[in-house]
Write a protein that binds this ligand. Structure first.
Ligand code: ADP
Ligand code: MG
Length: 241
């Protein structure tokens, strides 16, 4: 599929009012993301990385500015419209997993496919199993989140986001709980879906991962302070860190 602009953000700010104090989490951000691209987002804790993904993912709405995704503006959508937008377009790997505790690993993945995407339960089960295998948890489908390690829970949440086969995959520190080798495999999997018109955005603390992005955003204090482009990024499996 031909490359095109998938995400276009203009003059976006996000503030949170906390009693007397206003926190400026994002300040006057401009950003454009093309299809078939991997975007890497780097920056210290508290600089606004999660807030940025939340605005793009329709989990939250900006205070100011416009966000155009796939040709449609989303900044003024109401809660119901945002839910539909998320269902149709977004796969989200949450920093803190957000698994449903009383569902098994497999059911956590199936749930989205069946109830959100209307997939017949047999197909949902098969697809869930396939994605659990891709993240190395093919034999853990029947385990509940409390029976899994942090890294395994993180991989279930990755399988859940991937299984939707979304237009835009947003991954918030997706390897934070993973060992080196597993982390590399998962990053390979995540970056590999940036094709067929789709895009992937990955938040990380690991500066080495700048090398795997077509675009690298450096965030500081709610602003993009540096932006790099690389038309021929490295394969994560060939990197050492
Ligand atoms: N829901 C919220 N309410 C109030 N402040 C928030 C909220 N979410 C984030 N913030 C603040 O916005 C800033 C950016 O947070 P965040 O996007 O989570 O940073 P990062 O993901 O880069 O660590 C921080 O100062 C944080 O405390
Ligand atoms: Mg964060």
């Amino acid at each position: 599929m031909r490359e095109r602009t998938l995400i276009d953000i203009k003059g976006m700010s996000k503030s949170y009012r906390m009693g007397e104090v206003t926190v400026h989490a994002l300040r006057d951000l401009n950003l454009s993301v093309r299809s078939n691209q991997v975007t890497i987002i780097l920056g210290p804790s508290g600089c606004g990385k999660t807030t940025l993904l939340n605005q793009i993912g329709g989990i939250d709405s900006p205070t100011k500015g416009t966000i155009t995704v796939n040709g449609k503006q989303i900044q003024n959508l109401n809660q119901k419209q945002l839910t539909m937008y998320r269902q149709r377009n977004i796969g989200f790997v949450f920093q803190f997993f957000n698994l449903i505790p009383n569902l098994t690993a497999s059911e956590n993945v199936e749930f989205v496919l069946e109830y959100v995407m209307d997939m017949p339960s047999k197909d949902a089960h098969e697809r869930a199993q396939g994605y659990l295998e891709k993240v190395g948890l093919g034999d853990r489908g029947d385990h509940y989140p409390f029976q899994l390690s942090g890294g395994e829970q993180q991989r279930v949440s990755i399988a859940r986001a991937l299984a939707k086969e979304p237009l835009i995959l947003l991954a918030d520190e997706p390897t934070g709980e993973l060992d080196y080798t597993t982390g590399k495999k998962i990053l390979k999997l995540l970056t590999s879906v940036a094709n067929d018109g789709r895009a992937v955005m990955i938040v990380t603390h690991n500066k080495e991962l700048a090398k795997i992005g077509h675009k690298v955003l450096y965030l500081r204090d709610g602003r993009i302070v540096k932006e790099e482009r690389n038309d021929d990024p490295e394969d994560v499996t060939k990197l050492e860190w």
